[in-house]
Design a protein around this ligand. Structure first.
Ligand SMILES: [Mg+2]
Length: 127
């Protein structure tokens, strides 16, 4: 099976459970990707390295219908695990204002992108 696992409201509800699920699914030869409506830079998730270590790739859809983004990338899934199945074909239904409020309160964001925190310094400086 090729399994698409939602992040917000699904993985985030019980990460240890889903980590075990991913490991078991992989051990049985299945593919699991975390497919999220998040933006790949502004909303990058904080557990991306752990998920990648478990062998679960992450597909960021930036609010677009997940099915559409997956298709563009040559990905297809036989199982979608979702707290809001409409996201698969409809994408995000929140407006810019709601998105800004959501981002401000996002506790699952990668630490270097949290509101009010310094961004990582550039790796190379131009002289
Ligand atoms: Mg969700």
């Amino acid at each position: 099976m090729r399994i698409a696992l939602d992040f917000d409201g699904t993985y985030t509800e019980h990460p240890a459970l889903w980590d075990a699920f991913i490991a078991l699914a992989k051990a049985h030869g299945h593919t699991v990707n975390v497919v999220t409506l998040r933006h790949p830079v502004h909303d990058r998730i904080g557990v991306d390295r752990r998920l990648e270590q478990l062998g679960a790739g992450i597909v960021y859809c930036d609010g677009r219908p997940k099915h559409e983004v997956a298709k563009e990338r040559g990905l297809s899934y036989t199982i979608w695990i979702e707290d809001d199945p409409r996201c698969v074909h409809e994408g995000s239904r929140i407006n810019e204002e709601q998105l800004a409020a959501w981002r401000k309160n996002d506790v699952h964001k990668a630490p270097d992108r949290r509101e009010g925190e310094k961004k990582s310094p550039p790796l190379h400086r131009r002289s």
